[in-house]
Design a binder for this molecule. Sequence first.
Ligand code: ARG
Length: 461
Amino acid sequence: MTVWSERFAGEADRLLRHHGDSFPFDRALLAEEIRASIAHARALARDGVIPPKDGDRLCRGLRAMEKDRAAGRLSLDGDHEDVHSFVETDLARRIGPVAGKLHAGRSRNDQVATIYRLWLRDRVDGDLDAIDRLLGALLDHAEAHPRTVLPAYTHLQRAQPVLLAHHLLAHAEALLRDRARFTEARVRIDVLPLGSGAGTGAGFPLDRTAVARELGFAAVSRNSLDAVSDRDFLLDYLSAATLLSVHLSRIAEEIVLWTTPEFGFARLDDRASTGSSIMPQKRNPDGAELVRGRTGRLVGHLVAVLTTLKGLPLSYNKDLQEGGPAILDAAGTIRGSLGLLTLSVSSLEFLPDRMAAALEGGFAEATEAADFLVRRGVPFREAHGAAARLVREAERRGLNRLADLPDAVLPAVHAAFDSSLRASLAPEAAVRARDLAGGTAPRRVAAELRRLRRALAARRP
Ligand code: ARG
């Protein structure tokens, strides 16, 4: 049985029902459907569409349903087309034919848009909390390592010394922007479609602002056709979540890289490692790899929903239902990835000695030699050439550090070099020299860390 079966002499083919029914996935939004139904029942009674006592009976039945749902007492078996018809059917079982009064002035088209918005709004709030937990884990490490220096990389080649804290806060900056994107998505999600009916507006003068207030929506939709066909609120979420996932995958990749014996900059503790069935020595960073791999799912869902909306005529089309499984999986995936990555990050132990060792042999201090000359009035291009000659000279002599070159070599390479160069070549001196906004000097990084802590504490209302 469907809510529309009286229209037909025969039944829809099982294949069509199998593919067309959304109950297998949209029953995840049962709480939202009940909540929106209560708000609608109250509006019908308040605005004189049904007698107040019928409104009360509808609300009592729906509240009892919600109680059973919350207690896990609701049987979800049975042949239901979608979560909307499930609620109608279950309500009729509870309160009899008066349940049939609930659907006046609404359509599954405005209901479905309403409940996904309700659901997604709550998801965003939980996602923001999960982002904050990951940010907290990054900031904790940054705080614990105010002076640890490692090479910064470009082209994955050792480039210049940088503070570990600065590197960690680079990821925090990206996450902070992600947090802002989720907050912005939430603003556009937070609009009530209910009252739009099948697409032209309900046939009764319902006070939609009151319904919005009851459901905690900040605004009501301004065009009924748009309200039932718009799924860009899904795309606001999917694009924010996909970009977040891309950022997570970059952190994950560095965990994979840094925990290799080749880098050895960090170690994952046991709760974030897995072993091998054959190779007894293995400590595999599965959590980070899953986060990296699942980014593909997010990208896939984003592209799938974009493609589904492309070229759709107004207003509701069944195609829109395809947004459901996409958003449900995307939201579950991003939350899982945030948790997995927070686990991996918080279980990292950094190995400063290995980082210090990596600062030797790659000549990450070469820029310091050039800057030394600039401070003595030498044009940078000339200074760059002189520092490059120092590197070649050190390589030729099989030395690991420019500081190991004998005193006599320095003025021979450039007249403005002398033994005072050595002090500037130290990794600590290199980071201290970058004392400007956005630079890696310890006092700058400490200030940014304080700012990020404040940003994290200033939670959204
Ligand atoms: N299950 C549908 C969806 O998720 C609900 C709206 C159905 N409306 C309709 N006229 N068939 O999109």
